[in-house]
Design a protein around this ligand. Structure first.
Ligand SMILES: [Zn+2]
Length: 386
């Protein structure tokens, strides 16, 4: 029987180990089996591995693997262990069985992004780990696809201070130095219902929501006119009204109306600042109808990201990848990894076009180019005796 190369075996195992994260508890799974796999593989190579359970979330953990001298600095390679759920009717194959076809490896998590860890292992064996002069860290997080709770928890108590970090999300091995943040909010207007024959006897929630929406549309324009970064294809912060529901019967004064919206700040504006602007915009309505309007988070948001610090990593990535860093429209864990104080880029194999899609795949060209590229970074930042 033909021997299956170790890289493919690892991909097979990672893909065969489901680790879906979802806000819907019907879908949400533990990521511990993937953490166990990585723990085993990195330990075999001589890494010291630490499983870091997420506070108050049984079944979810980060893994930190480290090797090299006990010094500050060094390089962190980071990624997430969870995948999105899959749409069974739209996959033409089993999402949990690695399938090779047309020079592609198919499977849920091949490109976004469990496969990255198998490629990191290839890179690690390609360098002489005994000769490291700076530490090399691998971070595998939980729940990136939902709340980014893993990266947030790690950033809050990491206790490591690498100089450089790469996050291996699918960027086609091109450096990404910026992205927007994301917040999803719900606004609820609680009025007083009553018989429709005397509309002024109650407080019509739809009428109050109409005032709210007027303010939101003004805020949307203010954001577009006052904040701008040309690196982005949509170069201003956005506000989108996504869903509205109110009332129950034509002959009743509407007692309750709710609206869900989505906000995407540019780098340089925190979610807190953006929400402050939202509160200010709604103030004329909330002053007029105190207690009628309430705001809630539909799920925890994620911050915008922009590269900061010296440009050592930016320059090297530009040289090695043959392309300048660019801005993208999706969110990653980069703003949280950035909190460790390291120069941070998003840079990994595969295309974002295949992420979160049925029949997700990784082009096999990345199986050699990725370990080679990562090997260059490890050599430069952990081995060169700087
Ligand atoms: Zn991802």
């Amino acid at each position: 029987m033909k021997k299956i190369p170790e890289l493919k075996q690892r991909f097979q195992q990672l893909i065969a180990t489901p680790s879906i994260s979802a806000l819907d508890s019907k879908w949400d799974q533990s990521n511990l089996p993937v953490i166990e796999l990585l723990h085993g593989w990195f330990s075999q190579l001589g890494f010291q591995c630490e499983v870091l359970p997420l506070p108050d979330q049984p079944g979810k953990a980060n893994l930190l693997a480290r090797i090299g001298p006990n010094l500050p600095g060094g390089l962190l390679l980071a990624g997430h262990t969870d995948t999105v759920p899959f749409d069974e009717g739209r996959w033409s194959r089993d999402p949990f069985t690695l399938e090779e076809k047309d020079n592609r490896w198919y499977g849920l998590g091949t490109c976004d992004m469990k496969g990255f860890f198998a490629l990191v292992l290839e890179a690690a064996v390609s360098v002489d780990l005994r000769k490291l002069t700076r530490p090399l860290y691998i971070l595998a997080t939980a729940d990136e696809e939902t709340t980014m709770a893993g990266a947030k928890a790690f950033a809050a108590g990491a206790g490591i201070a690498p100089d450089y970090a790469l996050i291996g999300e699918p960027t086609g091995l091109k450096p990404v130095h910026m992205h927007k943040g994301h917040a999803a909010l719900g606004i609820r207007v609680t009025g007083r219902s009553g018989h429709s024959s005397d509309p002024d006897k109650g407080l019509n929630a739809i009428e109050v929501m109409n005032l709210v929406i007027g303010q939101l549309i003004q805020l949307k324009q203010t954001l577009a006119e006052n904040f701008r970064q040309e690196e982005f294809s949509v170069p201003y912060p956005t506000l989108n009204l996504g869903h509205i529901h109110g009332g129950d019967a034509v002959n009743r004064i509407c007692g309750c109306c709710s609206l869900n919206l989505d906000l995407r700040p540019l780098p340089g504006m925190s979610l807190e600042q953006l929400e402050h602007l939202l509160h200010q915009a709604l103030k004329p309505v909330t002053d007029r109808y105190p207690d009628a309007v309430s705001l809630s988070h539909l799920y925890p948001g994620s911050e915008a990201f922009a590269y900061r610090g010296e440009d050592t990593l930016l320059k090297l990535a530009g040289q090695l990848c043959g392309e300048e860093a660019r801005a993208v429209n999706y969110a990653t864990e980069a703003p949280y990894i950035n909190q460790l104080g390291c120069q941070t880029l998003v840079l990994g194999p595969g295309s974002i076009e295949q992420a979160h899609q049925p029949d997700e795949y990784l082009s096999m060209e990345y199986l050699t180019s990725t370990p080679r590229l990562l090997g260059h970074f490890i050599n430069k930042f952990c081995l060169s005796g700087e």
